[in-house]
Design a protein around this ligand. Structure first.
Ligand code: SAM
Length: 364
């Protein structure tokens, strides 16, 4: 495959490159295309090379093989070498070679684009590239805008990914493969009154895993159960939206949620406890074997105890990808056996560490 000039470039959490590579292999299998996957020099990035025509079909496969660990994807070309430092030690001009590559794309009929993002891997080395990325983005944006190459009604986004100060990938992304945020990192501010940082995990799950209709179902008057609720970060997100929350945990709730009239705290075993009546939402952040959580969530849906559940699967084991796939299968098996239909989306969110977050919904 040495003649290949098209690549898929995926962003992931550092240390999860093998899992993101597995995402790309699964996608390639669904599309029936041959790819070579490579974890490139920079961490938190995975690159797959294949035949140009085939790799452009990326989005066709995403509904059948949605990535779990690849946060965002774009279709690009081979890595571009950028000049380093000049003899005097100052930064060489990197705008000109990047602009030449982008101009060649326009000559080939690509563009106009909605916007240009200059990004870098989500690692400490990557963050050191952020000042360079900002400067390049400002300059390329101005040049392309002046040339009419960026327009608000376009759908494709142009990406420049700096993997070092002297190497970049250039490409484009469309929905659904791309993230709505640069580097696939949502900008969420830690709410001052929330009792734990894990509140951001549920806020991100709402932003990334739910569509508008599901988000609209997070409304006052509905009832949610939060299993493994303490100290209350997830409960805080639900109560803030006006939902009544049954927070199940032997540990104490802290901060404002502890006295919130919308919150009922039960000191029970969340793995066994069930509500008397069906609830609108279930959320679960219990630290337990992923398969046990998957089993429990499958039964909540299959038994009609809830229609929607957001839950976290902790992945301290080596074969993390296989474990996620096994959990997906087990949930499907349990719900199918009840004669019900569901959708299930599993993602490693930016705020997830050694874990993934999932949203399952009954759809009939
Ligand atoms: N989501 C919470 C937040 O935002 O503040 C953090 C949850 S913390 C990661 C996990 C919680 O699960 C702990 O408070 C622990 O007490 C609780 N837990 C563990 N096993 C449990 C069980 N069987 N039933 C209920 N809670 C459990």
């Amino acid at each position: 495959m040495t003649s290949a000039t098209v690549t898929w470039i995926a962003y992931c959490r550092g240390g999860f490159e093998e899992e993101a590579a597995a995402d790309l292999r699964r996608l390639a299998a669904v599309l029936d295309v041959a790819i070579d996957v490579e974890v490139v020099a920079a961490k938190a990035i995975v690159v797959a090379r294949g035949h140009p025509d085939e790799l452009h079909r990326l989005s066709d496969g995403l509904t059948h093989a949605p990535p779990v660990f690849a946060r965002s994807l774009f279709v690009g070309s081979d890595a571009l070498a950028l000049p380093g430092f000049t003899e005097g030690g100052s930064r060489a001009d990197r705008v000109t070679p990047l602009h030449a590559v982008i101009a060649a794309r326009r000559d080939d009929g690509d563009g106009p684009w909605q916007s240009i993002w200059v990004e870098y891997p989500d690692t400490n080395d990557g963050k050191a590239l952020s000042p360079l990325a900002r400067t390049l983005e400002r300059r390329l944006d101005a040049t392309l805008r002046a040339a009419g190459a960026l327009t608000t009604d376009a759908t494709l986004r142009l990406h420049v990914l700096l993997t070092s100060g002297t190497q970049a990938f250039v490409g484009t992304s469309d929905d659904p493969e791309r993230s709505a945020w640069p580097l696939g990192i949502p900008r969420l501010r830690m709410p001052g009154s929330a009792p734990s940082r894990s509140t951001l995990k549920l806020a991100e799950a709402f932003a990334v895993l739910l569509d508008n209709a599901d988000r609209a179902a997070l409304r006052p008057g509905l009832h949610a159960v939060d299993l493994g609720a303490a100290p209350g970060g997830w409960t805080w997100q639900l109560a803030r939206r006006g939902l009544k929350v049954t927070a199940v945990d032997n540990g104490p709730l802290k901060g404002s949620v502890a006295a919130d009239p919308l919150v009922t705290h039960l000191r029970e075993d969340g793995l066994r406890w069930r509500p008397r009546r069906a609830v609108d939402w279930l959320v679960c952040d219990i630290v337990e074997q992923p398969r046990r959580i998957a089993e429990m969530i499958g039964h909540w849906i299959a038994d009609g105890a809830t229609r929607r559940a957001i839950f976290n699967l902790k992945l301290p084991m080596k074969k993390r990808y296989d474990e996620v796939r096994r959990c997906e299968s087990r949930i499907a098996e349990i719900i199918d056996a009840a004669g019900l239909h569901h959708t299930l989306r599993v993602r490693q969110l930016y705020h997830d560490r050694e874990e993934v977050t999932a949203f399952v919904k009954r759809v009939d």
